[in-house]
Design a protein around this ligand. Structure first.
Ligand code: C2E
Ligand code: CA
Ligand code: CA
Length: 408
């Protein structure tokens, strides 16, 4: 009989994990008994006891990235449930940096005791102190800074420290702006403008991203309202907004989306939701339902950084996708690397066949824009056209690239 993927069967005498190996999973023992043996550096084996149903084994390797600290063998036929590093990472998501730091420290101390008991019995000199490892770890993950920043981010929205910049997306052939991508910035009172790469991961970890994304959506709609007042002729202009996996995990994501957009009187058609391939692979069923509902409201779905995730082309027809954004790395390499060029060409062909739009990201040079145009990829964004800029500057760019037609 087939066992579910997460379930593993071992016979009596089988080695379940070996000391010194890198481990990517822990196991929950459903049935059977195992014994834990630690091999000391003098070759002697230390019996660490046995474990039975209800116990977890191999848990250390999924918390830190160290080799297995012991060997575990099945004493009887065993049925184990696998807990992968990813499962674990998902469940500690939402935990703040303090929780992560504490769990790491506890583990380090435990590993330190193990090492020390070994060293003392062997009289080995020069063992590093736990204090040293902990300090090094804290420095390495920049924990103090992260904790401070994460705490400060909690008040960033309320104190109106968040703002959006917009990067125009151009049609290479017409030179017109088709839409803009909203990119979040944090105007920090002491640090100045903090880039999203520094605060988005923290906001995702703490779940505060949900509030930040809602704020961003409201702000995008308000911006479109202001634009409509000045340029009622630009009804086709869209705004892309980045959403993270954490946003999608929020159960009332679609309701909130609908509520915010309808309060603003902006057509949902003008809102493009950018997500990454990684998000699609995370919880395929839920994500599909959420995307379908967003699309029913009129919003468009965009796959960001296309080609950088664990690309599986099958999702292109499984999910409702309107646009693919070709990642910046392909755009910068395509002129010097034939295989990358081939890849870009294939993406264009697939998109054409599937009636999916494409946007090239990170265009920095005229030559790149020219080549993209020749490859039939007309929509592009990048520093060559414009950096992300404040709202007023975008409105000025629109006056230049999309002037009001004089006949109307
Ligand atoms: P992204 O969504 O891929 O956004 C494009 C990033 O590339 C932006 O960086 C943009 O400034 C930068 N970029 C644009 N053109 C060029 C170019 O020609 N060359 C180079 N080298 N870079 C270019 P930014 O604004 O620092 O944002 C970084 C990332 O942070 C974004 O990558 C996105 O993943 C995330 N992010 C930004 N705003 C938000 C947001 O509101 N919500 C969420 N969840 N994530 C956001
Ligand atoms: Ca994006
Ligand atoms: Ca991108």
């Amino acid at each position: 009989m087939d066992t579910p993927k997460a379930e593993k069967i071992f016979k009596a005498g089988d080695t379940i994990m070996s000391q010194g190996e890198m481990g990517a999973c822990a196991y929950f023992i459903q049935e059977g008994r195992v014994k834990i043996v630690l091999e000391k550096s003098d070759g002697n084996l230390l019996d660490m006891g046995t474990r039975g149903p209800g116990s977890i084994i191999g848990e250390m390797a999924i918390v830190d990235n160290q080799p297995r600290s012991a060997t575990i063998q099945a004493l009887e036929p065993c049925k184990l449930l696998e807990i992968t590093k990813e499962d674990f990472a998902r469940s500690v998501k939402g935990a703040n940096p303090i929780v992560r730091l504490i769990s790491q420290v506890i583990l380090m101390r435990y590993r330190d005791i193990l090492r020390r008991s070994e060293a003392l019995s062997m009289d080995a000199p020069g063992i590093r102190s736990a204090e040293e490892s902990e300090r090094e770890y804290a420095e390495q993950i920049n924990v103090v800074e992260s904790i401070k920043l994460a705490n400060e981010f909690k008040v960033a929205i309320a104190r109106k420290q968040l703002l959006l910049h917009y990067q125009p997306i151009y049609s290479i052939s017409s030179g017109r702006i088709l839409g803009v991508e909203a990119l979040m910035r944090w105007q920090h009172p002491e640090r100045g403008l903090v880039p999203p790469d520094e605060f988005i991961p923290l906001a995702e970890d703490s779940g505060l991203i949900i509030e930040a994304s809602r704020w961003a959506l409201g702000e995008v709609c308000a911006m479109l309202g202001r634009l409509d007042a000045q340029r009622p002729d630009l009804q086709d202009l869209f705004v892309s907004i980045n959403m993270s996996a954490t946003d999608f995990e929020e159960r009332n994501f679609v309701e909130k989306f609908k509520e915010i957009v309808s309060e603003s009187n902006i057509s949902a058609k003008r809102i493009h939701i950018e997500i990454t391939e990684r998000l699609l692979l995370k919880q395929p069923t839920d994500v599909k339902a959420t995307l379908d509902r967003c699309r029913e409201l009129g919003a468009k779905i965009v796959i960001d950084d296309f080609g950088t995730g664990y690309s599986s082309l099958s999702y292109l027809h499984r999910y409702p996708i309107d646009t693919l954004k070709i990642d910046r790395s392909f755009v910068s390499d395509m002129r010097h690397d034939k295989s990358v060029l081939g890849l870009v060409k294939s993406i264009v062909t697939i998109s054409e066949n599937m009636e999916i739009n494409i946007i090239a990201e990170g265009v920095e040079e005229a030559e790149e824009a020219k080549l993209l145009g020749q490859l039939n990829c007309d929509a592009a964004q990048g520093f060559y056209f414009s950096r992300p800029v404040a709202e007023t500057a975008v409105f000025e760019l629109l006056e230049l690239s999309n002037p009001k037609s004089t006949s109307s």
